[in-house]
Design a protein around this ligand. Sequence first.
Ligand SMILES: Nc1ncnc2c1ncn2[C@@H]1O[C@H](COP(=O)(O)OP(=O)(O)OP(=O)(O)O)[C@@H](O)[C@H]1O
Ligand SMILES: [Mg+2]
Length: 453
Amino acid sequence: MSPPNISPLWTSEEIERATLGRASAPFTVTGLAIDSRKLQPGELYVAIKGENKDGHEFTANAFENKAGAALVSKSVEGGPTITVAHTQRALEDLARAARARSAAKIIGVTGSAGKTTTKEILKLAFEALGQTYASGASFNNHWGVPFSLANFPREAAFGVFEIGMNHFGEIRNLVSFVRPHIALVTTIAPAHLEFFGNCEAIADAKSEIFEGLMPGGFALLPVDSPYCERLRARAKQIGVTNILTFGSAQCADARLISVEEAASGIRLKAEIQGKAIDAVVGAPGAHIASNTLGALLAVSVAGGDAEMAAATLADFAPLKGRGARIKAGNIEIIDESYNANPASMVAALALLSKAPGRKVAVLGDMLELGPQSPDLHAGLAAHLAAADRVFLAGSNMKSLADVLSGASYAANSAELAPLVTEAVRDGDTVLVKGSNGSRMTVVIDALKSRFGG
Ligand SMILES: Nc1ncnc2c1ncn2[C@@H]1O[C@H](COP(=O)(O)OP(=O)(O)OP(=O)(O)O)[C@@H](O)[C@H]1O
Ligand SMILES: [Mg+2]
């Protein structure tokens, strides 16, 4: 993943200084890679020891793919190396050094759903103002955040970083690398409930992001969330004084005035810190409107022109597995197979209810919800009134199947797929959604091979 750099991302001397490592020869690199298969020529291959594999096994492959150098903790052959005591720690050292040398405005994004979506909206919006770098994919964990920062171009004017967690203390650690000027919480919802037990605890864990704010930094909160006041109280405790909100409540600093459907997306009217905005966003849904408000509020508090930034958002497109539309012959698939929790399920079902043709919901398990899981699954029944056909897969979805008459049920997505392909007809819109582990992509593949596309 090479960002477009004007000067090299790192010189060997800089890496030596940051990591206290030793370079075998002078070199420069244009980016970093931890997967040798995805490495671009000229990048630094970082050999991380994972749970199953040790990245040192793939240094030969990295050099075959023209790595500029390899960052290692054992001796390897094939090209220039920098040897450090521990590669994960060295990645963190580089992250801190990248952050320290940057004069950019930094935005950190967390929340139970919508982090990547909001990060991508922020990236488009801030690009209207200056060179913007955003972390790749969903790189939001103990290696993803340092990796993203270590890839941060020195010239960038803005940096957008996704920060995730499934335990207390995780965000506290990650935000210490990011040190954002603006911390945005997208939403609080029952995700990872298995560990946390309740949403108050989830809000508290997300609030750790405020601990890493730069002095004078901004906390941006989702005003329509029932946990907004708890987030505010936590931010205040931490000493944050600039606390602003986005959403549809009258008091919001970024306030939604209206949202209506527009060509493959939404047109929203809003007031961002007193400034009227009229924007088309190239993806549908109330959750996209909320994420957009948060992003435009970030632009505004960063001193940017929210109107100019908003003008870029027609180019936003729903992301793969998170609302991307797939035309397969004469049917339309809404691909929501990447993840699911009660909040994103409700958002996606609201979208389906407005879709053309017969509305078919194909839902897989929402994972990691703990003891409340049966109730949370059964509770989706209230949001399925508009669906013409409902297909459910997985042991958790059994709780919904039990209370929903007329739904077709199978133990897993592979067994469900033929039932779906048999029932779907030309003109239907088919929402396919579930946690990644429920493997709902199997259904999408089956629909594609049946209908084409
Ligand atoms: N503000 C929101 N509120 C509720 N649901 C949302 C919101 N934004 C996006 N979603 C839904 O959540 C799903 C996941 O979105 P996204 O990948 O952006 O989340 P994430 O927080 O990055 O997830 P992860 O923790 O897996 O990285 C999307 O498919 C969409 O349906
Ligand atoms: Mg993500």
